[in-house]
Design a protein around this ligand. Structure first.
Ligand code: GDD
Ligand code: MG
Length: 356
């Protein structure tokens, strides 16, 4: 079985994090998110992976190479202009030789891919769509199906009060190769807005819905990205990490500074009078000064938090510096290499980036 992981999106909703780091390389517990997805595929016995990319592709290709370090064979197909979620599949048609998985590159889930394969074989449809139930379906693709699982309608991002169901497209499909015949070549095509609705309207071999109650989150927004870490720390999302998530660098920092749960990367320097946690992730090489507080936040690599600064419910990209006494809280996102001047108090949902 092959898998196509869609990794060409620009990650606009995660800016400024994605100005330098493409969304699939955004770290979850200090590991690029895409690496977690690829490891899941390998565990499910899928080792032939195609990555249609386009936005900052070198960050992806240079990290994973040919995939052999993960026991995978990875092929990259770079789009010079974005082809959309179905256009990207049409563009890799020549490499696909049978039924194949398609994964949205920004979804974190505990879905059992093998169970989905069994379901797909049993139903014998042209495709199977993984669905989950959410409180607000309007931000997603809404999928209506009958009692037998046969998909009757696919409505991408309906107005809030017009969502026909609370079951949404969770971004994992298992498709028969013939779906590719139904995608026009040479122009951008959306699988959600064009291909699925056309397959349903065409009345041919049906699409089936595979609804599960798995852990599931789309990491494409800062708040979801932060929440996902809380879920991992709390064990709601089983990531295959040790229950006491403390990271490779935990032993090297003063215990007096740690309020569990926290994850500490390699080579961090934390002052004994700092507070790290609860729910804090430090990447590699971070430096936390005296009386600084980092709680409920994600720091990437080489971040410096100076004396008495507070970082709470915030995301700080690599090489950023938070000046003494500054307050970076309430959903703030700080871009790569940005400096928050000493004493600054950021407003809710602030975005700080180096000018480019
Ligand atoms: N190669 C390539 N080319 N990939 C793309 C392109 C493209 O032109 N456009 C988007 N992608 C990738 C993104 O990188 C992402 O991994 C995935 O396709 C989905 O795009 P998003 O931009 O994240 O879409 P969304 O989150 O608004 O909605 C999608 O995901 C929801 C579930 O998370 C839709 O599939 C919804 O129906 C679904 O509910
Ligand atoms: Mg998304």
């Amino acid at each position: 079985m092959q898998a196509v992981v869609l990794v060409g999106g620009e990650g606009t909703r995660l800016r400024p994090l994605t100005l330098e780091t493409p969304k699939p390389m955004v770290p979850v517990m200090n590991m690029p998110f895409l690496e977690r997805t690829l490891r899941r595929l390998k565990e499910a016995g899928i080792d032939d992976v195609i990555l249609p990319a386009g936005y900052l592709p070198e960050a992806i290709t240079s990290y994973f190479g040919d995939g052999s370090a993960l026991g995978l064979h990875i092929r990259y197909v770079i789009e010079s202009t974005p082809l959309g979620t179905a256009g990207a599949l049409k563009n890799v048609e020549q490499y696909i030789d049978g039924p194949f998985f398609v994964l949205n590159g920004d979804v974190l889930t505990s879905l059992d891919l093998r169970a989905m394969m069994d379901f797909h074989r049993r139903k014998g449809g042209i495709g199977t769509l993984h669905l989950i139930r959410v409180a607000d379906p309007s931000a997603f693709g809404c999928v209506v199906h009958d009692a037998n699982g046969r998909v009757e309608a696919f409505v991408e991002k309906p107005p809030r009060d017009e969502a026909p169901t609370d079951e949404i497209n969770a971004g994992t499909y298992l498709l028969e190769r013939e779906v590719l015949d139904r995608i026009p070549a040479g122009r951008p095509v959306s699988i959600e807005r064009e291909t699925f609705p056309a397959l349903i309207a065409g009345g041919g071999r049906p699409l089936y819905a595979f609804t599960t109650a798995d852990y599931w989150i789309d990491l494409g927004k800062p708040e979801a990205y932060l929440s996902a870490h809380r879920h991992v720390f709390d064990g709601v999302m089983p990531l295959g990490l040790a229950p006491q998530v403390d990271g490779p660098g935990a032993a090297a920092v003063p215990a007096s500074a740690i309020r569990p749960p926290a994850f500490i990367g390699h080579g961090c320097r934390v002052h004994p009078d700092a507070v790290v946690g609860p729910y804090a992730v430090l990447g590699n090489g971070c430096e936390i000064g005296p009386d600084a507080v980092v709680a409920d936040s994600l720091l990437w690599d080489d971040v410096v938090v100076e004396t008495g600064a507070q970082v709470d419910w915030a995301i700080v990209a690599s090489r950023a510096r938070i000046g003494a006494g500054a307050r970076v809280t309430q959903g703030a996102v700080i871009g790569h290499g940005a400096h928050v001047a000493a004493g600054t108090v950021l407003v809710e949902n602030a975005r700080v980036a180096v000018e480019r």
